[in-house]
Design a protein around this ligand. Structure first.
Ligand code: TRP
Ligand code: SF4
Length: 413
C-alpha cells in the first residue's frame, strides 16, 4: 500500500511534518480498518509528527440515539489502535471532546462558511440516503465536514491521511482556510502583531527578514525564502506563534492564519469481507481486529468460493472467488502462484487452499492480541495514554486559538 498526495499543502509548509487524522468510535475495528488505515498510521508515525484522535463528536452527529455505547466504543477503539502498533511515545493520541477548542474553532469557522458549501459536500446527501432510518436533517450533521475542518486546522497540519471518501472534506478545509485567512488574516491586530514580532527579533534579524522577504516576493528568489525560514526558526526570543506569523508573511499573500492542508490519499488495500463484498460492519462480514481465533478459523473455512467448484475435481477461477482476494492481501507470491495453479487444475480442494490463509490471519492477529493484552488487563494504562495525548493536543490547540481569537477580534484589552 502506498500513499499519494492528492493536493499540495501550502508551499511554506514544506517543512511542516505534522499529520492529523481521526476515526469515529463506532464499534470494534476490523481487518478492513487495519489494512486500510491503521497500518498507514503506524507507518507514518516514524516520519511525521502525528496526531490521531477519537472523533467522538463526529460519531454523535449520526449516532446521537446511542449515547450509552460511546464509553465502551471509545476505549475499545483506542486499544485497537495500540494493538495495531500505534505508538503513544511517537504519536499523540487524544479524544476530540477532551479538547473543547475544537468546538470553539468550529463555531468561528461557521461565521464565514457559506451554507451552499456544506450542502454540496457529497457525503451530506449520500449518508442521508444511506441511513434513511435516521433523521440526518440536523444542524450538527450539516456541520460535520466543518467540524472536521476545525480538527485539521487546529493542529495546522500539512497532511491528512484519509480514504477516498474523505477527500472532499479536506478540499473543503482548504477552501475554508483560505476564506478564513482572507477575512481575518489581515486584521489591524494581526498587522500589529506582525510588526511587533519583526521588531522583537532584533534590529539585525529584522533587517535581514525585510531584505529576504523582498527577494522572495519581488523577485521570486527561492533561496531567499529558504534563508528566511532558517532565520525565523532560529530566533530565540519570539514564540512559536510569532514564527508561524512571520513565515506566513514571507510569501506575500497577506498572512497565513491557518495553513491549508493536503489530503494524503490512502490507497486502501481492497479488503474483502467474508462474503466477498467490501468488509464493513453494516454488511456483517467482518473479522474483528481482536477476534477469537476459533471464530476466525471457522469463518474462513465456511467462506464462499467460486461456485463452479462443486466437486474436488471441478476446476475453478480465482477471479470469481473472495478467498483469492484475501490471498492477495495476505499471501506471498509463491503461495499466490500455488493457489492460481491449483485452483485452475483442481489439484486441491478449497479447504486446502484456505489453510495458508488461515495461518497468516491468525499469525497477524496473535501479534495484535499480544500488544493489546497489557491494556486489556490494565485499563488505567489506556487512560494514561489518552491523558498524556490530551495534554499535548490541548497545548497546540490553545496556541492556535490564541492567534485565532485575536484575529477575529475577541481579545479585549
Ligand atoms: N470524518 C472522518 C471519517 O469518518 C473522521 C474524521 C473526523 C477525520 N475528523 C477528522 C479524519 C479529521 C481526518 C481528519 O473517517
Ligand atoms: Fe477459491 Fe482457492 Fe477454492 Fe480456487 S481453490 S475457488 S481460489 S478457495
Amino acid at each position: 500500500m502506498t500513499t499519494a498526495s492528492s493536493s499540495e499543502p501550502d508551499t511554506r509548509q514544506s517543512d511542516n511534518r505534522r499529520v492529523l487524522s481521526g476515526m469515529r468510535p463506532t464499534g470494534n475495528l476490523h481487518l478492513g480498518h487495519y489494512h486500510g488505515v491503521l497500518r498507514n498510521w503506524v507507518r507514518m508515525q516514524d516520519d511525521y509528527e502525528c496526531f490521531y484522535f477519537v472523533a467522538d463528536w463526529h460519531a454523535l452527529t449520526t449516532h446521537y440515539d446511542a449515547p450509552q455505547t460511546m464509553n465502551q466504543h471509545v476505549w475499545e477503539m483506542v486499544i485497537d489502535w495500540l494493538a495495531a502498533g500505534v505508538d503513544p511515545e511517537q504519536a499523540t493520541l487524544f479524544i476530540q471532546s477532551h479538547v473543547p477548542e475544537h468546538a470553539e474553532l468550529h463555531l468561528l469557522l461557521s461565521m464565514v462558511t457559506p451554507l451552499g458549501w456544506l450542502e454540496r459536500v457529497p457525503s451530506f446527501k449520500d449518508q442521508q440516503d444511506k441511513l434513511r432510518e435516521k433523521d440526518l436533517a440536523t444542524y450538527g450533521f450539516l456541520g460535520y465536514p466543518l467540524l472536521q475542518s476545525a480538527d485539521i486546522l487546529m493542529y495546522r497540519a500539512a497532511h491528512v491521511p484519509v480514504g477516498e471518501d474523505q477527500v472532499p472534506h479536506v478540499e473543503l478545509t482548504r477552501e475554508i482556510a483560505r476564506r478564513f485567512n482572507h477575512f481575518f488574516g489581515r486584521s489591524p491586530k494581526f498587522e500589529q502583531n506582525l510588526t511587533d514580532s519583526i521588531h522583537q527579533m532584533g534590529k539585525k534579524a529584522a533587517k535581514s527578514y525585510h531584505r529576504l522577504r523582498q527577494g522572495f516576493t519581488e523577485r521570486g528568489d527561492r533561496d531567499a525564502l529558504d534563508q528566511a525560514r532558517e532565520l525565523v526558526s532560529n530566533q530565540q526570543n519570539i514564540s512559536q506563534e510569532q514564527k508561524i506569523l512571520l513565515l506566513g508573511h514571507m510569501e506575500g499573500r497577506g498572512i497565513t492564519l491557518l495553513p491549508e492542508p493536503a489530503a494524503l490519499l490512502t490507497e486502501a488495500a481492497k479488503m474483502p469481507g467474508l462474503d466477498g463484498q467490501k468488509m464493513s460492519k453494516s454488511y456483517h462480514n467482518t473479522i474483528a481486529l481482536r477476534d477469537d481465533p476459533k471464530r476466525v478459523e471457522q469463518a474462513i473455512r465456511v467462506m464462499p468460493t467460486d461456485p463452479a467448484r462443486v466437486r474436488l475435481t471441478d476446476p475453478g477461477d480465482p477471479e470469481k472467488c473472495p478467498v483469492w482476494q484475501l490471498h492477495q492481501v495476505y499471501s506471498d507470491e509463491t503461495t499466490r502462484e500455488w493457489v492460481v495453479a491449483g485452483c485452475r487444475a483442481a489439484s486441491f480442494g478449497c479447504l486446502e487452499c484456505k489453510k495458508p490463509l488461515i495461518d497468516k490471519v491468525l499469525e497477524e492477529q496473535e501479534m495484535i492480541r499480544e500488544r493489546a493484552r497489557p491494556y486489556e488487563e490494565n485499563p488505567s494504562l489506556v487512560r494514561e495514554v489518552i491523558a498524556n495525548g490530551d495534554a499535548r493536543a490541548r497545548k497546540v490547540a490553545s496556541e492556535t486559538m490564541q492567534i485565532v481569537r485575536e484575529s477575529v477580534g475577541t481579545v479585549y484589552k
